[in-house]
Design a binder for this molecule. Structure first.
Ligand SMILES: [Zn+2]
Ligand SMILES: [Zn+2]
Length: 335
């Protein structure tokens, strides 16, 4: 539908959206798992060109190519100043707390603290693919997982975050076992370098085969899906002193389900939550991407026009093809 052009915030910018990813978090908001004010525009994995700049902005100008983390920190609190804007208590999130990027234009406040400039050789589509799932996976594997060469990493759930994690862990020289219910998703994980795969089935504990294939359990294990059963299986699979990183969002009963704390104590497991990645950490990731060591565009399996974005969301009610779908609002594409 047509809506008025967004107004430029004093401390922000308006972007022409060039590319924006369709993420399961958008689906959660659309389904009502997260509260959003209606009417609402989803979309939080975005890249585009600055078209308007607010009077209080000093770092950005019209015409620059940028992306932004899905969490916009306030830029002034202790956490933001320490480089941890991803957990700012006063955060905004495009597509959740404010209108998002399934649109030709999006307004982004707090531009000086949160915008990230794009290297010239990074396409808008690849940058949008980095936005939430790749950046989240990067932080989960690199910062929280502290993965080192030769270690085993288990990735439970091979959607956008999971496949990103497989690629990043392989780039760090780790060995990877990928777990999913979907054979095509496991095939995609194999293509991105997974050394082993475990096909999950409802009611079957995948911790045992993961421990077997990794010779006693991985050093690091991710729940990249977000379900109580998956988180528990991830923890049960770990070797002593392993790290479980919770990346997938948990809602409803899943959110309050207890982790297997007996195993957490007996094996001294570290349980870490991961919530996106702050703008301050983007340069190191972008350097790896620009160098060619990591190619986020390999995760993009479908590019569609804005008219198809709604359908792409509703398709997430069922199983979706592996990889990331990118919406290009200004492109004339309808496939
Ligand atoms: Zn997302
Ligand atoms: Zn803050």
């Amino acid at each position: 539908m047509d809506v008025p052009d967004p107004a430029c915030p004093d401390d922000g910018v308006v972007l022409d959206v060039a590319a924006t990813g369709v993420c399961r978090s958008d689906w959660h908001a659309w389904r009502g798992h997260e509260v959003v004010a209606l009417p609402h525009i989803p979309g939080h994995e975005l890249a585009g060109t600055v078209r308007e700049v607010g009077p209080a902005v000093s770092r950005w100008r019209v015409g620059q190519r940028v992306t932004v983390p899905f969490v916009l920190g306030c830029g002034t609190c202790d956490l933001c100043r320490a480089g941890d804007a991803q957990v700012c208590p006063d955060q905004e999130q495009p597509g959740f707390t404010m209108p998002g990027s399934f649109a030709e234009q999006v307004a982004l406040p707090r531009a000086d603290a949160n915008l990230v400039g794009l290297p010239d050789n990074l396409s808008f589509v690849a940058a949008a693919a980095l936005g939430c799932r790749f950046a989240t996976a990067y932080r989960a594997v690199v910062t929280h997982g502290a993965v080192r060469t030769g270690q085993w990493v288990a990735v439970h759930g091979c959607g956008g975050v999971g496949l990103s994690a497989v690629m990043i862990a392989k780039a760090l020289g780790a060995r990877v076992v990928a777990v999913d219910v979907s054979a095509p998703a496991l095939g995609a994980a194999r293509e991105l370098g997974a050394d082993a795969v475990v096909e999950a089935r409802v009611g079957v504990d995948v911790a045992a085969p993961v421990r077997e294939v990794t010779g006693g359990g991985p050093h690091v294990s991710l729940d990249a899906l977000g379900a109580a059963e998956v988180a528990a299986a991830s923890i049960r699979g770990l070797r002593p002193r392993g790290r479980h990183v919770q990346v997938g969002l948990l809602h409803g009963d899943d959110a309050s389900a207890a982790a297997p704390m007996d195993i957490v104590v007996a094996r001294e497991i570290a349980v870490l939550g991961s919530h996106g990645m702050p703008a301050a950490d983007y340069p190191a990731m972008l350097e790896l991407v620009a160098s060619g060591a990591l190619d986020a565009s390999r995760l993009v399996t479908r590019r569609i026009g804005l008219a198809r974005a709604g359908a792409a969301l509703t398709e997430m009610d069922g199983p979706t093809p592996p990889g990331i779908t990118i919406v290009e609002p200004s492109a004339i594409i309808d496939r």
